[in-house]
Design a binder for this molecule. Structure first.
Ligand SMILES: Nc1nc2c(ncn2[C@@H]2O[C@H](COP(=O)(O)OP(=O)(O)OP(=O)(O)O)[C@@H](O)[C@H]2O)c(=O)[nH]1
Ligand SMILES: [Mg+2]
Length: 564
């Protein structure tokens, strides 16, 4: 083990070893081999002799200067490697250690040897056959390959006797490392985004899988994650390793080849699954909820929004914070671990609990104030229209162009977090308050729903909901259903709702006609105020019953009056 300063040089299955081999192993641990070979013949011989005597595999981890950093004892079939996490040197490089060990049964490199090679990024792995007389036989060597086109990122060399090993090990490693760095996907200058591999696992139909992944890619993009690869597994979810251990190994190796630091699962992971996978790899493991929370954390601007997001993040993290869990630091730094306003999330369990209590109170207090503001507004008797809809449907754009305001509009998911209200003046001195709010999404994380409770509460005061639908999306129908279901969940489905078909400038007119019939919707292009007349007319019809309604010609558009 290299963590904690002093290396523990002899590790593994040393129980029951007699004094003599134990002493020889300890002596080995202080050795330095000056050979330019992968392993010097004398060292190989020392290893095979002890190995034969104790009938266990013996391995050494050697640095590039030939120092033996650790001696590892296994059983007859495998080694038990120490924790090397403190020894990682960045993903563009090998770890600077080679593993040289014995094989008692003349076997070539095993699957475990090669997995260790890939996951721990050893300079190389060598297995020395132990002959009957305890002398070293042939040496099997495997090393990583720079090429990331293949499924297997390693190469196994033809075995050679120890004394025939070439003497240019240092040159070979330098060349290999250079090659690996060259093959890395080049990062554009200034691109500091985390790179991620996306994984979808389910038995859903292909189109559903593709839609789901497309949305996850959008979420990732909005969170500032650079997606470098995606893997689809059409199988039931493995309760522990989600895609199964074998496939997880493949994914981790693939991620490493591509220089990805993060694996994002297109689903929500249980705390146990996160822990199992984090124990297996030091890549950061994220799920869909964390990506959404991360976007919220980056977009939160108001004090209330920041508190709500931090609350949602901590509620999500709490069950994942076991008392002593190394994966934690991976949960809490960078993507998935950013607090709102660039703070770092509190990771200690006890403090997280305290903070949740404190945040809940503050959010409730702000909710109370919000309620007072609302009731004052209601007293004024102005009708309230709320704009709802799937995220990125164009809600804020509509609010801006109806009222000539400057709410943030972005081609990103969850650009808006907290409600913004503006006045909208109709002819004949009729005024309404129109509110834009946070967008909806499929499987909206429940911790977010809970934290944004007071925000959603505001919708209850509405006299009319405008459900903005992105008519240009091929998932318009699913998105419509999702929003309807969430409205029902919030107890809002009994409210009068006007369907608004947006982004019609991007649509085939026949599609718009079809959707208009299907949803009894009013087509608009939120970017173009001249398209608003039918919508304004429909809003008036709802708010002021027909006997008082304006004639069509009188409804000419909106005037802006800022909220006081
Ligand atoms: N072509 C076209 N683009 C539009 C239209 N309406 C909005 N957009 C674009 O769609 C993107 C999202 O618009 P927003 O108004 O931010 O959408 P939103 O529904 O408020 O999104 P969130 O707040 O993130 O949930 C922006 O890039 C807008 O410019 C439209 O009618 N036509
Ligand atoms: Mg918005």
């Amino acid at each position: 083990m290299f963590s904690g300063g002093t290396p523990i040089r002899l590790t593994g299955n040393t129980n029951g070893l007699k004094a003599s081999p134990l002493r020889r192993l300890e002596r080995l641990a202080n050795r330095r081999s000056r050979s330019e070979r992968v392993v010097a013949p004398e060292l190989a011989r020392a290893l095979t002799e002890i190995s034969r005597e104790v009938q266990r595999q013996i391995g050494v981890l050697m640095d590039r200067r030939g120092h033996i950093r650790s001696v590892v004892v296994g059983d007859a079939r495998a080694l038990f490697l120490p924790d090397l996490s403190a020894h990682r040197r960045g993903r563009d490089r090998l770890c600077g250690l080679r593993l040289v060990h014995t094989h008692l049964n003349h076997e070539p490199l095993t699957d475990d040897d090669l997995t260790d090679l890939a996951l721990l990024r050893f300079d190389l792995v060598a297995a020395i056959e132990v002959l009957e007389d305890g002398l070293p036989g042939e040496v099997h060597i495997g090393h990583l390959l720079p090429d990331n086109e293949r499924d297997e990122p390693w190469q196994v060399l033809p075995p050679v006797p120890v004394h025939e090993l070439s003497e240019d090990f240092p040159a070979m490693i330098t060349a290999l490392e250079e090659e690996i760095a060259r093959h890395r996907m080049p990062r554009l200058a200034g691109d500091k985004r985390d790179r991620a591999l996306l994984i979808h696992v389910s038995k859903q139909p292909r189109t559903a899988v593709e839609d789901s992944l497309a949305e996850l890619r959008e979420l990732a993009r909005s969170a500032g994650i650079n997606v470098v690869e995606q893997i689809i597994q059409r199988r039931p979810v493995d309760p522990k390793y989600v895609i199964g251990k074998g496939k997880l190994k493949y994914a981790v190796i693939k991620a490493m080849q591509l220089g990805a630091e993060v694996i994002v699962f297109d689903m929500n992971l249980s705390p146990a699954q996160v822990k199992a996978m984090a124990d297996y790899t030091d890549l950061k493991i994220l799920d869909r909820t964390q990506v959404i929370l991360d976007i919220f954390a980056q977009h939160a601007q108001t004090r209330e929004g920041k508190l709500q997001v931090e609350l949602a993040q901590l509620r999500y993290l709490l069950p994942r914070l076991s008392a002593k869990h190394t994966a934690l630091s991976r949960l809490t730094g960078g993507i998935g671990g950013r607090g709102p306003g660039e703070t770092k999330l509190e990771i200690n369990r006890r403090r997280a609990q305290d903070r949740i209590g404190q945040l809940s109170q503050e959010v409730a207090k702000l909710g109370g104030r919000r309620r007072i503001r609302r009731s004052m507004r209601t007293k004024k008797g102005l009708p309230i229209i709320s704009i709802v809809g799937y995220t990125n449907a164009g809600k804020s754009t509509l609010l801006n162009n109806l009222t000539e305001s400057q709410v943030t509009v972005e081609n990103a998911l969850f650009a808006t977090l907290n409600p913004v209200s503006r006045r909208l003046r109709f002819p004949r001195e009729r005024e309404v308050i129109i509110t834009d709010t946070v967008g909806f999404i499929r499987n909206l994380p429940k911790d977010l729903m809970a934290a944004f409770h007071t925000t959603f509460e505001e919708l209850h005061d509405s006299d009319l909901l405008l459900h903005v639908i992105d008519a240009s999306s091929k998932n318009a129908e699913n998105q419509f259903e999702t929003v309807q279901a969430l409205l029902a969940e919030l107890g809002l489905n009994w409210k009068p709702i006007l369907a608004v078909l947006n982004k019609t400038d991007l649509c085939d007119p026949d599609v718009v006609r079809g959707l208009a019939i299907q949803y009894q919707g009013t087509p608009i292009c939120a970017l173009d105020q001249t398209s608003f007349a039918p919508l304004l007319e429909a809003m008036e019809r709802h708010l002021w019953p027909p006997e008082h309604a304006l004639t069509k010609n009188q409804c000419v558009g909106a005037e802006y009056a800022p909220e006081r």
